[in-house]
Design a protein around this ligand. Structure first.
Ligand SMILES: [Zn+2]
Length: 687
């Protein structure tokens, strides 16, 4: 048997523990999204929580975990005999791998058997396994769009519904959804973000004492899991008891009108969309009151709930930093808390108000990492200006040049591309840019840029399926079977179908691409004060790439060399931060920029071969330093490219025009990009 790390033994991470516990206390809270860097024990603590959830009683033999007391009426394994003897088992922890297929998630209906044998054969998926337990999605932001939609539907309805060619199955699927993500690797779609009740930002502690304690316990656990867990038995069972007591208390907790108005005021002030935030905050506040042993919700409960339920719901654009303004929250709460209920005793009726010793980290000399009012591990951790020593900073994987790899890239310290510190121009407000596509038909990940063969989208034809049929083309299947009916000895009215008659639909949709920006940051660009316009243009293109679900990368060149300012990533925030802090000045080593771009593309082709690249070269075309541009351009042959011509002024050299011809690239002038953008913008305004 596998011993899980005890929840009580987790050091620090007060917000995360609180968020998980509130969900354990009340399923209505609606799950947790954990945002944070790698290596912060996210999955350890989720597993630890699952072990703390009350056991469930199930109908023996039912693959859908029906409760004998209230079986699912439509259970595919049903109908179940009433009064059947239940079987106790721990609440399930089911992990949804990012690369899972649709069948794995929702289960699979065998269309082939349905058509050829006339039976309904359903194999349950992970949603069935997670029913009444925890569904854990590590790196949920990397989950395919299509899976996200299925997950959203199931989470919203509490039902998993599978339909293939009019054969359908449904079963109950209610689960605590816990997702983790590293925001550096790309943001979540707002719809999915909203689906999580709470979010928590986690970071490894910067306190040496706490870090040492984390490692000490981990070493002890790894050396002897059973012995370690045994030392925490008392805390663990006290915690389980407290969760069970709080669960029982929830239905009786009162939410006074004054507190409800307080919640509404806070949600309105933080400009969240819709009313879901109010609902989640209210449920979380009720859970928090129950957890604290109270029967009436207080301002403290509202505060604890709002800190976890609002950060991800603020209306924001992708360049905003995450988090919540806690000073504003306190101000709002203070201005609306005057009429706290007189009948609020603040302490319930004798159940343990204080946490059992040890459960909240038990750091020597430090008592309350669990205090919801402590802002230490707070959600507000704006990470603007990534140039400063961010966690993933320092030794970027691909900034290989021997002369530049030494120092960390720093916004303030200027360029690592040599030749002086350079100046940092500001960027303006991004505008909408016209759609730039990779020509031809791709097969990359779903997105909104170039045409591609995809799992969804418009049907354009039929083909023999490579594996199991998932998207049957009925007309083509019938056409394939029709000529053989006599040979197969058809007698009745039904068609005689064989497996190899089956045809599936070929669809065309759109894919996301790798948009690699190659930005000239040399003096000729800066001298004419063009850099602000250039940065605004690139920022606009970045925003566009975000909306089209592209991967982006950024290569810059100035002074003596080119550098990879941002290796390919899905994080537009990282791109925007790098761009904002990009210094300009120095000579123009265009060839170096092209060579570096070719390297990035070559590596990325190995990593993600289906994703087609689009090179966006932003330059005035002047070359004042090293390297043969023709030879460098040859390395990029066959790559779809766009040159954004930044040349301006009365006298024009037309160098970018020539460069575009050499790269067989489409040419767009900087002005045209923004003019087109403003045309689009005005048009949208008018509509
Ligand atoms: Zn059942």
């Amino acid at each position: 048997m596998i011993v899980t790390y005890p929840f009580s033994a987790v050091v620090g991470l007060g917000d995360l523990k609180l968020a998980l516990v509130l969900n354990a206390v009340s399923p209505r809270v609606g799950g947790v999204l954990v945002r944070g860097e790698k290596g912060t024990a996210k999955s350890t603590i989720v597993r630890a929580l699952a072990a703390q959830l009350p056991a469930v009683t199930v109908v023996p033999g039912c693959r859908f975990a029906c409760d004998p007391g209230a079986p699912d009426g439509g259970c595919p394994d049903g109908p179940h005999e009433p009064g059947v003897q239940g079987l106790g088992r721990p609440a399930a922890l089911v992990e949804l791998p990012v690369g899972a297929s649709e069948d794995r998630l929702v289960g699979s209906l065998d269309v082939e058997r349905a058509l050829t044998e006339g039976v309904k054969a359903f194999e349950p998926g992970l949603l069935a396994a997670a029913h009444r337990g925890v569904l854990y999605v590590d790196e949920v932001n990397l989950l395919h769009d299509h899976l996200v939609d299925l997950l959203l539907d199931a989470a919203a309805m509490g039902i998993c519904y599978v339909e293939r060619e009019s054969v359908s199955v449904r079963h109950a699927a209610r689960f605590l959804l816990v997702g983790t993500m590293n925001p550096e690797e790309g943001e979540l779609r707002p719809q999915l973000l909203d689906r999580f009740g709470l979010t928590v930002e986690v970071k490894a502690s910067r306190d040496p004492g706490e870090r040492a304690e984390v490692v000490r316990r981990r070493l002890a656990f790894d050396a002897g899991p059973e012995a370690f867990a045994a030392r925490w038995t008392a805390e663990e069972s006290a915690l389980a008891t407290r969760i069970a007591q709080a669960r029982a208390r929830v239905p009786g907790v009162r939410l006074p009108d004054a507190r409800l108005r307080q919640i509404a005021t806070v949600c309105a002030a933080f400009e969240v969309d819709g009313l879901r935030a109010d609902l989640v905050t209210a449920n979380a506040a009720i859970a928090h009151a129950a957890w604290s042993g109270r029967d009436v919700v207080t301002t403290d409960d509202v505060r604890a709930a709002a800190r976890l339920s609002l950060p991800h719901r603020r209306r924001r654009d992708p360049f905003d930093a995450p988090g919540l303004d806690e000073a504003l929250l306190d101000e709002l709460l203070a201005s609306t808390s005057g009429d706290d209920d007189p009948d609020d005793p603040g302490g319930g009726d004798g159940s343990p108000d204080a946490a059992p010793p040890g459960w909240d980290g038990d750091m020597p000399g430090e008592g309350q990492p669990f205090d919801p009012s402590a802002s230490g591990t707070g959600a507000a951790a704006p990470q603007e200006g990534t140039g400063a020593a961010g966690p993933q900073e320092g030794g970027g994987q691909e900034s290989g040049g021997a002369d530049e790899g030494a120092g960390p890239r720093s916004a303030a310290g200027g360029g690592s591309a040599g030749e002086g510190p350079g100046r940092v121009a500001a960027a303006g407000t991004p505008y909408r840019v016209p759609l730039i596509q990779v020509p031809g038909l791709g097969e990359g990940a779903a997105g909104r840029r170039s045409r591609a063969r995809t799992a969804r989208g418009r049907a354009t034809g039929a083909r023999r399926p490579a594996g199991r049929v998932r998207d049957l083309h009925l007309a083509a299947t019938l056409r394939a079977a029709a000529p053989y009916q006599a040979v197969r000895g058809r007698t009745g009215t039904g068609l005689v179908l064989r497996g190899d008659d089956l045809r599936e639909v070929v669809r065309e949709g759109r894919e996301g691409n790798l948009v690699l920006f190659v930005v000239d940051a040399s003096g000729s660009m800066a001298a004419r004060k063009r850099m602000t316009a250039v940065k605004t243009a690139v920022l606009s293109l970045l925003l566009d790439a975000y909306q089209r679900r592209d991967k982006i990368g950024l290569v810059t060149f100035r002074g003596a060399t080119a550098e990879v300012a941002l290796p390919p990533t899905s994080s537009v925030e990282a791109g925007a931060a790098r761009l904002r802090s990009l210094p300009t000045g120095g000579r123009t080593p265009l060839a170096a920029g092209l060579v570096r771009a070719a390297e990035v593309l070559r590596l990325e082709r190995l990593r993600d071969p289906a994703r087609r690249p689009l090179l966006v070269l932003v330059t005035d075309g002047r070359v004042t330093a090293g390297g043969d541009v023709d030879r460098a351009a040859a390395l990029l042959e066959g790559t779809a490219s766009v040159v954004v011509d930044c040349e301006s002024g009365p006298v024009r050299l037309g160098l970018a025009v020539r460069l575009a011809a050499r790269l067989r690239a489409r040419l767009v002038s900087l002005d045209a990009l923004s003019d087109l953008g403003s045309v689009v913008r005005d048009h949208r305004k008018a509509v």
